[in-house]
Ligand binder design. Structure first.
Ligand code: HEM
Length: 499
């Protein structure tokens, strides 16, 4: 570990690092900042922040992460995740569940998120992206600076609503009350001082949380009833929840078969899953779309390449691209450079990490034979630190999508180390929404990058808002902030023009 003070542990070190970072910078920067200060430190190290947190074991080595995340013996999710998610989802969601109950529900929901099924949902996603594209044209005509993130967030929520339950959440227009309640709940549910002392001690906190939960449950129940009560699980339907319900019935678990009502247990778990899909899914995909656009706008060569690829796959008529894609979703598989752009974006700006709770006698070992007991520790696979570790990534700070092309298309020296790219984590607890997110992001790029030029507007934003204190991380103004997962700072202010 870095030099340790017998009384203050690493509090002094972290305070010193934080002084040089923006106050709202995401916590995932810490691992890399510590390694920059202590270059001879290994890729796995302890950080002692007592009394503010459990001791942390920060891991930025893919082979060590694999020992607790991909191997047969896994560490359980850190209890802090449940504390945070419980008020939002009610605790019956995939993120919070463990053991056999988790396995049961993960198996039920896996088919809906499979690559084959997501391909059938492409026309639905294209419809939502078309609304997003139109909104961007309005913004271009308007000519003013605006928050790009506002649009990507709304789009991601609408996509999940449509593909999960065929619900039009319409966040890109007038949002559904349950989405407003969920986003409101996120503020109240945050724990620790990130939410501000007044919110933490506010006597209305528990009322707001109760009320938001009531609103969410009411509207999700209505959507579930509309779909399965009235239409009685129409066999032609193919949403993610439809497939899960079909699996549930085929296991003989449905106690309400034939009574025109949705099974109470299924309802309880489906409600929680809907909330976690929206909650866990929308901001990660949205943030990634913002950074794809940012990096492309800064790298004209990559922009030219992606535009050429999209043109060659979807044809020169930009206004017909949406219908061409809806008619033949398999075309997405030919967008290999587009996929590489998304992967390189997720490398440079990962959104979520994996936090686990250590166990007695669960000891990790690195390639030098150094052993790391995990008992009482928060074991943290820090994806940002892993993706910025030059041991695994040549030309680590450069945006080079080519590193994710095939061996034939990529210079040998750019070959990534196996399993060092883990924005969705790997192993049984890896992100269930990987295919959905990648498909959505490919569609967004395919249907927008040829239409618009984007310019980041941080200077203009700073002139207008006059922020105080440090506003860059390692010279990067578009750094990531802590809002549950990592978001682009200040909502990613931009200006766009139609091409
Ligand atoms: C760019 C987009 C996304 C990224 C980077 C991302 C990342 C991740 C990561 C790293 C995990 C593992 C966390 C851990 O091990 O503790 C995870 C889990 C999860 N993600 Fe995603 N995610 C994305 C999109 C989505 C979407 C679109 C959905 C759903 C609609 C989703 C739903 C979930 C769920 C339910 C889990 C928990 C899975 C389980 O434990 O079985 N994610 N995600």
């Amino acid at each position: 570990m870095p030099p340790h003070n017998i009384i203050f542990g690493h509090l002094g070190l972290i305070a010193g690092i934080q002084k040089g970072l923006p106050a709202d910078a995401h916590g995932h920067y810490l691992a890399d900042q510590i390694r920059q200060r202590y270059p001879s430190l290994g890729s796995t190290f302890y950080v002692d922040l007592w009394p503010f947190s459990d001791p942390m074991l920060m891991v930025t080595d893919p082979d060590v992460i694999a020992q607790f995340s991909t191997a047969d013996h896994l560490l359980p999710k850190h209890p802090g995740i449940k504390t945070f998610l419980y008020p939002i989802t009610g605790g019956f969601d995939l993120n919070c569940l463990d053991g056999e109950t988790w396995k049961f529900w993960r198996r039920l929901f896996n088919p809906g998120f499979s690559a084959a099924h997501i391909q059938t949902l492409v026309p639905t996603i294209v419809e939502e992206v078309a609304v997003f594209r139109q909104d961007l044209f309005h913004r271009a005509r308007d000519g003013k600076m605006f928050s790009f993130e506002e649009h990507t967030l709304s789009l991601s929520i609408d996509v999940i609503g449509r593909v999960a339950l065929d619900t039009k959440l319409n966040t890109q227009g007038q949002p559904s009350p349950w989405i407003s309640a969920l986003l409101h709940q996120r503020q109240w549910a945050a724990f620790g001082l990130e939410m501000g002392i007044w919110m933490l001690i506010n006597p209305m906190r528990y009322f707001h949380m109760w009320n938001n939960r009531r609103i969410m449950d009411k509207y999700i129940d209505r959507d579930l009833d509309e779909r399965y009560g009235t239409r009685k699980g129409d066999s032609k339907s193919k949403t993610i929840v439809d497939l899960a319900l079909a699996g549930y019935k085929s296991k003989g678990s449905d106690t309400n078969q034939g009574k025109g009502q949705i099974d109470a247990v299924f309802r309880k778990y489906a409600r929680s899953q809907m909330k976690v899909f929206i909650f866990a899914g929308h901001d990660a995909a949205s943030t990634t779309m913002c950074y794809c656009w940012l990096l492309l706008s800064r790298n004209p060569q990559a922009m030219a390449k992606i535009r050429a690829e999209i043109e060659s796959v979807l044809g020169p008529k930009k206004d017909q691209a949406a219908s061409i894609l809806s008619n033949d979703p398999s075309l997405l598989n030919r967008l290999t450079y587009t996929l590489a752009v998304i992967k390189e974006t997720l490398r440079l700006f990962p959104v979520v990490s994996a936090a686990r709770g250590g166990l007695k006698n669960f000891i990790l070992t690195d390639s030098t034979g150094q052993r790391f007991p995990t008992e009482h520790c928060l074991v943290w696979a820090v994806h940002h630190g892993l993706h910025h570790n030059s041991l695994w990534w040549p030309r680590v700070n450069e945006f080079i999508p080519e590193r994710f092309l095939t061996d034939q298309e990529r210079p040998e020296e750019l070959r990534p180390k196996k399993s060092a790219w883990r924005p969705f984590e790997l192993g049984p607890r890896a992100c269930i929404g990987t295919e959905l997110a990648m498909t959505e992001m490919k569609i967004v790029l395919a249907l927008t990058v040829r239409d618009l030029d984007l310019k980041e507007a941080f200077e203009e934003w700073d002139r207008t808002n006059k922020p105080k204190g440090v506003k860059t991380v390692d010279g990067e103004r578009a750094y990531q902030v802590q809002l549950g997962s990592a978001h682009p700072v200040d909502g990613f202010p931009v200006r766009i023009v139609a091409r």
